[in-house]
Design a protein. Sequence first.
Length: 152
Amino acid sequence: MLALIATDGSDAALDAGRRAASLLCSPARIVFVTVIPEPESPLDTAGGIVGPAMTEAEAEEQARAERSAGQTVLDATVEALGDGAGERMLVEGNEVGPTLVRLAEEMDADVLVVGSEGKNLFQRLLVGSASSYVVRHATCPVLVVPEHEDDE
C-alpha cells in the first residue's frame, strides 16, 4: 500500500500525518510530500525596455531557498512523527491541489492524505482550498484530516 501524505509543516498538516500514520496498515509505504513553487524564469517577467524583474542568479537563489524551505518542512514532519516514519519527496508545482492529484496518479497511490485547516465558506470561495480540489479530482481514495484543536 502506498500512502502519500501532503505536508506544509503547519500544525494541521503534522496532526494529519500523525493521525493518518496511526490508521494505515504497518506494511504501508508512506511518502511525505511537500509542494514547492516551480522555479521562475527571469524571461517570464521580462517586458520591453525595462527587462526582467530578476536576474538569473536571483532566480536560482530563490529556487534554492524554496527547496531548502521545503526540505526543512519534510525533515520537521518526519522528526515530529518519529524516525522511520516515511520517505520524503519535494515536488515542484505552482498549484498544490493539482500537483498532488497528478503525483498521486503518477505514483499509483492507494490513498492521498491531506489536512484541512478549517477555512470558512467565504475563505474557501475566495482563495480556494487544496484539500477541496484533491477531494474533487483525485482518482484514488482521499483521507481528509480536519484541523484538530486540543481541549487544553
